[in-house]
Design a protein around this ligand. Structure first.
Ligand code: ADP
Length: 360
């Protein structure tokens, strides 16, 4: 059983840089939380405050209801897995995994059982007598996880654990972490700058920018109903398209578009009639056929889909750039005109950048 409660956490470094502002989160027992955001947004700092590797400048941290804000790292009962594995090269895999328990002077029989059990879970049984240099990057990362598992910590903390692996191994190791999470049913916090990792791993995602939490929710919530322009642009690949448009009586009007609004959309935008808003459209929510005209400048075949990059209407203006992820194999040439429809639209207030949800 392990719940974590992060209450109004701030981090101000000695040089007066504030890296984290008023971070609030209640992590449920067994939950896998992914902190995601661009480099420098405060993810690692947050994780390191939880681990006890950085002081908490303000706010409170509770583990199972107990205040551990001032508790030293070694007494927090958490295990951290880093991106650079930090394995001991002169020790075998077995010794690496047993190391923390040996230090604690645990009973050798107990250590043996724990190491074998962790090796079994991670598929490392055959590797126990080898040295780290004889293992692949993915296997080394598993050893790093094994070292955490044997300690049976209350909370697992992962700091970009896959960033040193190549793309193929990243996918495979990601699936292993997911299986591990299911198998151990452990509370985990995982830091990454990669939105794909966040979407595929998380029970809930915390999306951060510039030290602030932008949105907390399930992967589907962040994808389907992003809270603001930042989350909308960060989650989803290729990223969402954005256009400045004006809300008329029954359409969205831009320099190169006039898109009719459904009754529901009119209701959502009731308070914005006559005003300018930001329209967001995901590339995959664009289909061929319809009233919006796109002038193609490149066509990328992905197999099942084609990415068509172009501009709205007849313009070459940067603000009219659009990427469409069309179904099937398309063969458009630069200069072709394609007619498309936006099957789902996202609306944002251009001043606050918050999503416009309308009256409920
Ligand atoms: P992320 O993990 O999202 O890449 P970090 O938490 O590492 O971001 O960093 C957040 C901000 O805090 C950055 O502006 C970074 O430069 C700053 N920072 C990180 N560590 C320190 C430190 N030890 N001293 C001063 N500033 C730091």
């Amino acid at each position: 059983m392990a719940t974590l409660s992060l209450q109004h956490l701030d981090k101000i470094y000695d040089n007066n840089v504030q890296a984290v502002f008023d971070f609030n989160l209640d992590v449920k027992d067994g939950e896998l939380i992914v902190l995601v955001g661009p480099s420098g947004c405060g993810k690692s700092t947050t994780l390191r405050m939880i681990a006890g590797l950085e002081d908490i400048s303000a706010g409170k941290l509770l583990l199972d209801g107990k205040d551990i804000t001032q508790t030293p790292a070694k007494d927090r009962d958490m295990a951290m897995v880093f991106q650079n594995y930090a394995l001991y090269g002169h020790m075998t895999i077995y010794e690496n995994m047993a190391f923390s328990l040996t230090l604690r002077k645990e009973n050798p029989n107990v250590i043996h059982k724990k190491v074998l059990a962790a090796a079994e879970i991670l598929g490392l049984t055959e590797q126990l007598n080898k040295k780290p240099a004889q293992l692949s990057g993915g296997q080394r990362q598993r050893v790093a996880m094994g070292r955490s598992i044997v300690r049976n910590p209350k909370v697992f903390l992962f700091d970009e654990p896959l960033s040193n692996l190549d793309a193929k191994l990243r996918g495979a190791t990601r699936r292993e972490i997911l299986l591990l999470h299911k198998r151990l049913n452990a509370t985990m916090l995982y830091v990454t700058h990669d939105q794909t990792e966040a979407l595929t791993l998380a029970d809930r995602i915390v999306c951060m920018s510039m030290g602030y939490v932008q949105q907390v929710g399930t992967p589907l919530e962040l994808y389907d109903t992003p809270a603001n322009l930042f989350v909308a642009s960060f989650i989803g690949l290729p990223p969402m398209n954005f256009f400045h448009v004006t809300v008329s009586e029954d359409a969205l009007v831009g320099p190169e578009m006039n898109v009719p609004l459904s009754e529901d959309e009119k209701k959502t935008l009731a308070a914005y009639k006559g005003k300018e808003i930001v329209l967001g459209v995901r590339p995959e929510d664009i289909v061929e056929g319809g009233a919006v005209s796109v002038k193609v400048f490149s066509n990328e075949n992905l197999g099942m889909n084609t990415l068509v990059h172009g501009h709205l209407g007849n313009s070459n203006a940067a603000e009219n750039k659009i990427t469409c992820k069309l179904r099937g194999w398309c063969d458009y040439k630069a200069g072709d005109q394609v007619k498309v429809t936006f099957v789902k639209k996202h609306f944002f207030d251009k001043d606050t950048t918050n999503a416009i949800r309308g009256e409920k």
